[in-house]
Design a protein around this ligand. Sequence first.
Ligand code: CTP
Length: 472
Amino acid sequence: MSNYKQALTNNIFKVISLASAELQLESYVIGGFVRDYILQRGEHKDIDIVAVGSGIELARKVSDLLPHKPKVQIFKTYGTAMLRAYDMEVEFVGSRKESYSQESRNPEVESGTLEDDQNRRDFTINALALSLNEETYGELLDPFNGLQDLNTGIIRTPLDPDITYSDDPLRMLRAVRFASQLGFRIEKSSLEAINRNRNRIKIISRERVVDELNKILLSEKPSVGFALLHKTGMLRLILPELIALEGIDEIEGQRHKDNFWHTLEVVDNISENTNDLWLRWAALLHDIGKAPTKKFDKKMGWTFHGHEFVGSKMVYKLFKRLRMPLNEKMKFVQKMVLMSSRPIVLAEDVTDSAVRRLIFDAGENIEDLMTLCEADITTKNPRRFKRYHNNFQVVRQKLKKVEERDHVRNFQPPVTGEEIMETFNIKPSREIGIIKDAIKEAILEGEIPNEYESAKEFMLKKGKDIGLKPQN
Ligand code: CTP
């Protein structure tokens, strides 16, 4: 019997052990903490405790024994309790015979043994339990060979997968998420069961779906997860906009690339350079406007005119449908999608004024935009690959040089509206907008440097041009 005493050195485990002894019940650590300890994935801050008895009572006892007497939060519907101690969030549940899923139509669950409880969990790798009982402290209880599945990298359900997945359909997404996060394989009968049961994903709250999508996106190689979502048919139900990108059309011998698989490559590429969730979302959605804008033109071949604009509008609808935040994060994703072709166009012909405009439009997001666009280079032609990357180097150097000189990144008009009004002795009117715009344009075009004296001189000239007279 393997012993994992060394996993249980945090004081919280000693206290739970003591509390269990006082209440004369057994308790175990189960789930993610045990899994991640064995995989050496760093400390898991959420601890799940199963009590063979009342989880709520155990939580209260643990709080009593702790010096700071933490507050015990009780979730009556689920029969669980939670407290915080020693930097950990500890959740207590009594062992049960039935699934404890949120979606369960039968929340009245019967209490059961530890093994009953392990049986009703999602995967063998999440059903591993460590004893907190005095005599067997640290012993691993592993009735379904979860340890072996951990070592060989397999996602398997303890029961018949049709039962496990219908108990809580979210688990179908969790299977994919764990496969992506851990680089594991979903075992065949599980995959088949997901294919059969995928429509049940519709009853899951969108917030929980998005939680899993976010975790897939944040995994090292998100394409593993998205390819599985695709393979199991779940992607069509969750993100049909991506499925619409799949496939290659051919007319008169002209083909376009498969924008779905291209997108997954872009997401993997960007994940090598950023852990920012929203930039990864931008990579995932950067081409969604290509499906509705696709056209074949006899002269130009396949075109996707305006796909960036259409795509950025689709981002809003998609976020709204999935109940994702409609805040500045969404606006950031929209902006990235809208601007996603700008730098690559520059890579062909880098003029100072085009670079200045790019900095002006992208503002503080210029670095993120460059990261996205470089990830977008997925050509398999090594010469082209090299050329694009080299061009990007040139763009980056130019960006640096132009920004050092002109500071247009967080552009503030060098001459204010008030000064224009005073100079020409006019009230708020459209002339002020015209002059301010002309100054901005002159700076972006490189006609004048971005500084006060030159802008003022330009303002006087422009004012006269449109018939205004300076006050004195
Ligand atoms: N669990 C389950 N079915 C679910 C959700 C959770 O059986 N739909 C069980 C699993 O045993 C899981 C444990 O509850 O290990 C804790 O769930 P949770 O905290 O959501 O996940 P973790 O496994 O801890 O992993 P992570 O923190 O990475 O989400």
